[in-house]
Design a protein around this ligand. Structure first.
Ligand SMILES: Cc1cc2nc3c(=O)[nH]c(=O)nc-3n(C[C@H](O)[C@H](O)[C@H](O)COP(=O)(O)OP(=O)(O)OC[C@H]3O[C@@H](n4cnc5c(N)ncnc54)[C@H](O)[C@@H]3O)c2cc1C
Length: 466
């Protein structure tokens, strides 16, 4: 059997999803000189914002510009989990905003997940969407205790048995079989989808509504009513009423926002297709998304053509929040992902790794996603999904569009609207802190797995700062 490192070196260094890319016919038109709204970033957030703006007011001129192209960022590379998950804990929300607000935010995330499915089906966007739920498995006793805690927290904020339930014996359940588990939590509120098909489908829906999409158009600077763009090496500008910044993991590239969102890299690998017997043996017939209850993050989905797309965090943070194409690949992080994949699903040891890739996602200092609409500057922004943006970007786009067109919406009454996140520490503290915590999280997970013991001191440090 080949080593994990040899397997990743043989893989194509590109997102699996890119193979589904079809030309969009967006780029032949010149960048307009004026528009009512300029949206920066053609990922899910920017495109949902544009789509809702046109739905709420078809007379608005909306231009979406992207430095590279539609879905170049996380929206074209992610793990395809479309969930009702939130990046923060409801206990923290209850502490700051009261119990009822936490209950309302959980319900809002759930409604958003359901609404997005309805909208996608109304738009006839085919993105291999299958609503099979999510399984969080416990692979040691400490993880099992964590799941019990997660369940009792969810119950406190209104989750019923049909939202979340404990499966004490996974082997007798009808769910996907992960090796060496000590139970699992199951929620039906998650779908697996094809990220590239989703982002391209959204772009096409926007074009149909009359949105102008300009690719290879990097915004160098913007102020109220004015956006400066480098388009194919030519400088140009657009005057506008509103600017919406939807740049998530790339936000730190803007000089005034270096410490707003930390670009944290997440990496993925994909296997060659499993045969039908393997799928049946694993009991992975409903395409549930799967992860475990470690402190770090790993995530898996079975694609429509029966490959396993497996991802995880754990890549180094780069000094000064730098983002480079070369950071999308790291042999040792990719190899360690493959080892975890083999450990989860031993049958994959005989499979080739066909693709590997990575990309930055945006993490705010308090892990709380936000929408801010500044009526005076006429600038709106949203993001900070910390890895849960496939569905939360829909919530954000809908909120921004309602706020700009001054139309009421219940989501605008919840505290992600107008939330001011604290900024990240200046360098070198940021680099030192984030990379130390990253190593600490790995070492806690290793201790929990090997010795079935939790490390109270290290866990307190991580909880305190992350
Ligand atoms: C490997 C990976 C796996 C993930 N898995 C999941 C998952 O399974 N489920 C989940 O919910 N979330 C996941 N996420 C996170 C999720 O993909 C993101 O939260 C979501 O796609 C964010 O969408 P966005 O439109 O806000 O940002 P992006 O998709 O990153 O789009 C931002 C766009 O802005 C453009 N841009 C940046 N700067 C400029 C500029 N100056 N001028 C013009 N354009 C600019 C970029 O080119 C980019 O296209 C994952 C992320 C990664 C990287």
């Amino acid at each position: 059997m080949k080593s994990a490192r040899a397997l990743v070196r043989a893989a194509e260094p590109a997102p699996l999803w890119a193979t589904a890319r079809r030309p969009l016919q967006t780029t032949d038109r010149p960048v307009p000189r004026r528009s009512d709204v300029v949206v920066i970033g053609a990922g899910y957030t920017g495109l949902w914002t544009a789509l809702y703006l046109k739905r709420l007011n078809p007379a608005l001129d909306v231009v979406v510009v992207d430095a590279e192209g539609v879905g170049h960022g996380a929206s074209g590379r992610n793990g395809g989990w479309c969930s009702a998950l939130l990046p923060f804990t409801l206990t923290d929300i209850a502490r700051q905003h009261g119990h009822q607000t936490a209950v309302d935010m959980r319900l809002c995330a759930l409604n958003n997940f359901n609404d997005m499915r309805t909208v996608l089906s109304g738009l006839a966007i085919e993105c291999d969407y299958v609503s099979g739920g999510t399984l969080t498995v416990a692979r040691n006793r400490i993880q099992a205790l964590r799941l019990e805690h997660e369940l009792s927290e969810a119950r406190l904020f209104g989750a019923s048995d049909s939202d979340l339930r404990l499966l004490s014996d996974l082997s007798s359940s009808q769910h996907v079989h992960v090796s060496s588990t000590e139970g699992a939590l199951f929620t039906p509120h998650c779908a697996a989808l094809h990220p590239r098909k989703l982002v391209d489908g959204l772009a096409r829906a926007c074009l149909k509504l009359g949105v102008v999409i300009c690719e290879r158009s990097r915004v160098e600077h913007f102020t109220t009513g004015h956006v400066e763009i480098l388009h194919d090496d030519h400088r140009t500008s657009i005057s506008c009423q509103w600017v919406v910044r939807a740049t998530e993991g790339y936000t730190a590239r803007f000089r005034d926002s270096r410490r707003t969102l930390l670009p944290l890299y997440s990496f993925m690998v994909a296997t060659e297709p499993l045969n039908e017997a393997n799928v049946q043996d694993l009991r992975w017939t409903k395409r549930e998304t799967v992860h475990d209850a470690r402190n770090g993050v790993v995530y898996a989905q079975l694609t429509a053509d029966n490959r396993i797309a497996f991802g995880g965090r754990g890549a180094p943070y780069h000094y000064g929040s730098r983002i480079r194409d070369s950071f999308d690949f790291d042999d040792s992080v990719h190899a360690s992902l493959v080892e975890t994949l083999h450990d989860f699903f031993p049958v994959t040891r005989d499979l080739a790794i066909t693709h590997r890739w990575g990309g930055p996602l945006g993490v705010p200092r308090d892990w709380r996603n936000f929408v801010r609409v500044d009526e005076n500057r006429r600038v709106a922004t949203g993001g900070g999904y910390s890895g849960d943006g496939v569905s939360l970007a829909h919530l954000t786009g809908r909120m921004i569009a309602h706020a700009i067109t001054r139309q009421p919406h219940a989501d605008l009454t919840l505290p992600w609207f107008g939330h001011e996140n604290p900024t990240w520490e200046p360098e070198p503290l940021r680099w030192l802190g984030v990379n130390t915590l990253r190593l600490l999280v790995d070492s806690i997970d290793e201790t929990e797995q090997r010795r079935c013991r939790s490390s109270r001191i290290r866990s307190t440090v991580v909880d305190r700062f992350f």
